[in-house]
Design a protein around this ligand. Structure first.
Ligand SMILES: Cc1ncc(COP(=O)(O)O)c(C=O)c1O
Length: 434
């Protein structure tokens, strides 16, 4: 029996049309989709015109447990009977503590960890760096080209993708240095990058003054490019050798998307600190910084905090998300989805000359579109046409990558296998018609 008993009735929303958006919000924030969302149910959404879509954007990789997962809804409703807000630093609440305890138990850092809850990925990244610099007393940070860490100034500074995120917003903090991210399809090997990091440490920066290296286990915005286990193990060694903290930004790789609970489980490397967001809150705003206890405890009293961080409602939702993992065998589902996607996208790679690469851990799949396999020239135009064709047939997707030519899949982990197959079929047709 489906665990989604909600019947879907789409209400009309008179007076709301796209021109209302244009009139009221800044141009740079204008949405990609050309209709209003009216209803969401697990992996499906309906727009105001009653069009049904498979939602493989998922609120930008947020809805790991789908739209309105009943376990999330149940926890949130229960919390709303009691109170909606308490600033944790003043009045503690049980949801936050239970959640921190669960994350400390589950995140694969062997040493004792502590968890600090905030609102967004960017806020988590800001705080991770703040804590890392405080704990080490060191200044510099190494980040990666193509990496994305958020929109606030420090997170933007760490971000290694100029357009559209940084263009015109500089200058950025001078204590950040970017190195290449391994990209095997474009001949940036693990070895090349490790050499570059060594050179950067020894010739450009004083290794004794580097507080942290921040990396995504798989680039998100940067093109769905996974780093190998071998590379991340080497990076761990480099960090240890120079007494530098290794921070994983798992805002996108966390909560099951890679086929394991966290990306760190997938690649068997333990960071010193990690940032989590997106899927953690089941659609409610929440993020976390998790780190070794001695690092997290190093900051002076009230040196970190957040008015809305650890919202009791978001924390209730996050406990609902963990219920879904525990009670609905979610990781098994992800592995079944992964197999279907890998088979189907593998065939697509063989059949279409303009599909240059298919890659990614678990269901975090990226499809790199090029003019041809031989010349490997990125084709954003083709990628956008495929995305538009998919949308016409009811599948929502978005692009990513430096050149905007990678199509990524970010659907819920709770998507029924029939809908995964349906999505693959629509995608295949979209490629055929392009
Ligand atoms: C890896 C990564 N880090 C940080 C962020 C920023 O998260 P937020 O938009 O919640 O601030 C994102 C958002 O896409 C992300 O993918």
């Amino acid at each position: 029996m489906s665990i989604y008993p909600i019947s879907v009735t789409v209400k009309s929303m008179p007076g709301q049309n796209m021109s209302t958006i244009k009139k009221n919000v800044p141009a740079a924030w204008y949405p990609t989709m050309d209709s209003f969302i009216a209803k969401g149910k697990n992996a499906e959404i309906w727009d105001k015109n009653n069009n049904r879509y498979l939602d493989f954007v998922g609120g930008y990789a947020v809805l790991n447990t789908g739209h309105l997962n009943p376990r999330v809804v149940q926890r949130v409703k229960k919390q709303l009977n009691d109170y909606s807000h308490s600033c944790f630093a003043f009045a503690p609440h049980e949801n936050a503590v239970e959640l921190c305890e669960e994350i400390n138990k589950r995140y694969p850092i062997k040493k004792k960890t502590k968890t600090f809850l905030v609102n967004s990925g960017a806020e988590a990244v800001e705080n991770a760096i703040k804590i890392a610099r405080y704990a080490t007393g060191k200044e510099k940070i190494i980040a990666f080209k193509g990496g994305f860490h958020g929109r606030t100034y420090l997170a933007m500074g760490l971000t290694g993708k100029e357009k559209p995120y940084k263009e015109g917003f500089g200058p950025f903090p001078k204590f950040i240095t970017h190195v290449d991210y391994p990209y095997h399809y474009r001949d940036i090997s693990d070895e090349k990058v490790l050499k570059q990091i060594e050179n950067t440490l020894l010739k450009k920066l004083d290794p004794n003054n580097v507080a942290a290296i921040v990396i995504e286990i798989q680039l998100g915005e940067g093109g769905y490019i996974p780093a190998t286990e071998k590379f991340l193990k080497q990076l761990r060694k480099v960090a240890e050798q120079h007494n530098i903290l290794l921070i994983f930004d798992e805002v996108q790789t966390g909560f099951g998307r890679t086929g394991e609970m966290f990306g760190a489980n997938k690649i068997n490397v333990q960071p010193d600190m990690v940032t989590l967001a997106k899927g953690i809150g089941g659609g409610f705003p929440l993020a976390a910084v998790v780190g070794k206890a001695e690092i997290m405890d190093s900051v002076h009293d009230a040196g970190i905090g957040s008015t809305f961080g650890a919202s009791p409602i978001s924390c209730a939702a996050a406990l609902g998300v963990l219920d879904v993992f525990d009670k609905d065998s979610l990781l098994e589902k992800v592995n079944k989805q992964t197999k279907i996607m890998e088979k189907s996208l593998g065939n697509i790679k063989e059949n279409f000359d303009f599909v240059g690469d298919v890659r990614g851990y678990g269901i975090m799949k990226g499809v790199e579109i090029v003019e041809s396999k031989d010349n490997k020239i990125p084709s954003k135009d083709l990628a956008m046409r495929i995305i538009n064709n998919s949308k016409k047939n009811g599948l929502l997707l978005v692009n990513c990558g430096k050149e905007g030519n990678v199509i990524r899949f970010m659907g819920p982990l709770t998507t029924p296998l029939t809908q995964i197959r349906e999505a693959m079929e629509i995608f295949n047709q979209a490629l055929e018609k392009v």
